[in-house]
Design a protein around this ligand. Structure first.
Ligand SMILES: CC(=O)SCCNC(=O)CCNC(=O)[C@H](O)C(C)(C)COP(=O)(O)OP(=O)(O)OC[C@H]1O[C@@H](n2cnc3c(N)ncnc32)[C@H](O)[C@@H]1OP(=O)(O)O
Length: 459
């Protein structure tokens, strides 16, 4: 049954009575009622290292496949879903509404609206969070959020000089003008521009940015390798006990994420050469083993109101409670590029009246092992919490046995926009297994110095 709360007393989290750990009595959204936005389930493709198993697949193929798996799992064939929101970080300009095109390739009712979202690696979280808010406000009864990225399908474009000549050629009206334009072509115009992981404002890759942050926070190589090892072991164990049977459907020849190395060891990880932080010399600690690989894949999450799920006899795993976006000034090096979630979290906790220790599970996206460890260290750091977050006391340490317990991006891989959907569906399933009222925290950093944190509550 949907819980409706009065506009004067409702809290955005609309906490059920069996979950006293979520604050109540905060202001309602003016003029509207809020209700629960529930997570029904997720589906994703197995993730594949780029230029490998999915080398021939496009973003549209992958997203369509993830949608089709979700439709089949929950019997949504022919359904008009309230809205589908998803995005890709790296995509072709011809895919001007990739999400809509993908929806049209499924058996969903073509009257299902669909749009794109893009906030780099936090795209999936933004898509899901935005849809959850629309469900809470009664604008939607059902929704699908997610994301896709295929580095194998990255667009290669002409450089600026070549484009200027091509535009001139396109505008030419006479044969003479066309010849004049064609004669301007030079061999250098054939040099293509491919998208990379460099920040436009600094020219540094995300790995190089993180190498500085990792060094600044004094995160050791050993600690990073241990986190990477745990990610692989946890993911392998989760697959082995069938945890992903309801979350991952095969695509092409893959049935599991092919970056997973169940047999990796600290010794093997310890032998890898630094991949980032070359200017740090002997103090560089980030390797291919404790960094995410470039990855292809897609994920989707089905959301709804309680009534919509009940009418269809669909399971409810969890509530998507609340989320918060952060951004940091990384350009002049004041803050680490991937540290925005560290800032966003204190605002989210304050709004919900929670402490960092109130959670049963923590899903912190492993962009790099150094990102997770720097973020955790910042939350424990008195100076950071006082000077940057304005807090009287540090947020404190978490129980590390509750962190990424079914593996995360270091093992599964990280198809940028698809990571939010992977994490949300994984966490919702874990919280459902844990029991009603259990709480999970999500933290996803993103390029551009941004990031999203979110709270999910088990049913
Ligand atoms: C907001 C965000 O999420 S930011 C993050 C965005 N993502 C990124 O920026 C991607 C970062 N990653 C990369 O750019 C690349 O994956 C790199 C540079 C780290 C590594 O690229 P490559 O060198 O091509 O990696 P490759 O897979 O070949 O691995 C290098 C070696 O490490 C080995 N290796 C990698 N992982 C492991 C592991 N877990 N255990 C043991 N060995 C490993 C490989 O077998 C390989 O060994 P080999 O040279 O003997 O074959």
């Amino acid at each position: 049954m949907t819980e409706k709360t009065s506009p004067t007393s409702a809290n955005i989290s609309a906490a059920p009575q069996d979950s006293p750990r979520i604050a109540s009595g905060q202001p309602a959204i003016a003029g509207g009622e809020v209700r629960q936005a529930v997570i029904i389930g997720g589906n994703r493709t197995p993730f594949a290292r780029s230029h490998g198993a999915y080398a021939q697949a496009t973003n549209k193929d992958l997203l369509t496949s993830a949608l089709n798996g979700l439709i089949a799992r929950f019997g949504l064939q022919g359904e008009r879903i309230g809205e589908v929101a998803a995005g890709a970080v790296i995509k072709h300009s011809k895919d001007f509404n990739l999400t809509r095109e993908s929806v049209l390739g499924t058996s969903l009712d073509p009257a299902t609206p669909a749009h794109e979202v893009q906030i780099a690696c936090a795209t999936g979280m933004e898509a899901i969070g935005g849809l959850a808010n629309k469900i809470r406000l009664g604008q939607l009864d059902s929704a699908i959020g997610g994301g896709v990225d295929s580095i194998s399908d990255a667009p290669i474009v002409f450089n600026d000089a070549a484009r200027a000549v091509l535009m001139e050629l396109n505008r030419a009206r006479t044969t003479q003008d066309r010849i004049k334009a064609v004669l301007k072509f030079r061999p250098g115009h054939l040099a293509p521009e491919a998208p990379g992981t460099e920040e436009p404002r600094t020219g540094l890759s995300m790995g190089e940015h993180q190498a500085r942050t990792t060094h600044q926070w004094g995160i050791t190589r050993q600690a990073q390798d241990e986190l990477a090892l745990a990610s692989h072991h946890h993911l392998a164990a989760a697959y082995d006990r069938g945890f992903f049977d309801d979350l991952v459907t095969p695509f092409g020849t893959l049935t599991r994420d092919n970056n997973l190395r169940a047999d990796t060891t600290l010794e093997k990880l310890g032998k890898l050469k630094p991949a980032f932080g070359r200017d740090l010399g002997d103090e560089a600690t980030m390797t291919a083993g404790n960094s995410t690989p470039l990855t292809d894949g897609a994920s989707t999450v089905l959301l709804g109101s309680e009534e919509w799920a009940a009418e269809r006899g669909l399971p409810v795993l969890a509530d998507f409670v609340d989320f918060e976006t952060g951004a940091v000034d990384f350009v002049d090096g004041k803050e680490g590029l991937l540290m925005a979630p560290a800032y966003a979290l204190s605002r989210l906790l304050q709004r919900q009246g929670l402490s960092l220790q109130d959670f049963d599970y923590y899903e912190i996206h492993e962009a790099f092992a150094g990102t997770v460890l720097s973020t955790l260290k910042a939350w424990e750091d008195e100076d950071f919490c006082r000077d940057q977050l304005g807090l009287d006391a540090p947020l404190g340490a978490i129980d590390r046995s509750k962190l990424n317990v079914n593996g995360s991006s270091l093992a599964a891989g990280h198809p940028f926009a698809a990571t939010g959907g992977r994490i949300t569906a994984t966490l919702a399933t874990m919280l459902h297994e844990k029991g009603p009222g259990s709480l999970g925290l999500i933290s996803v950093c993103a390029a551009g110095g941004q990031g999203i944190v979110a709270i999910v509550r088990g049913r």
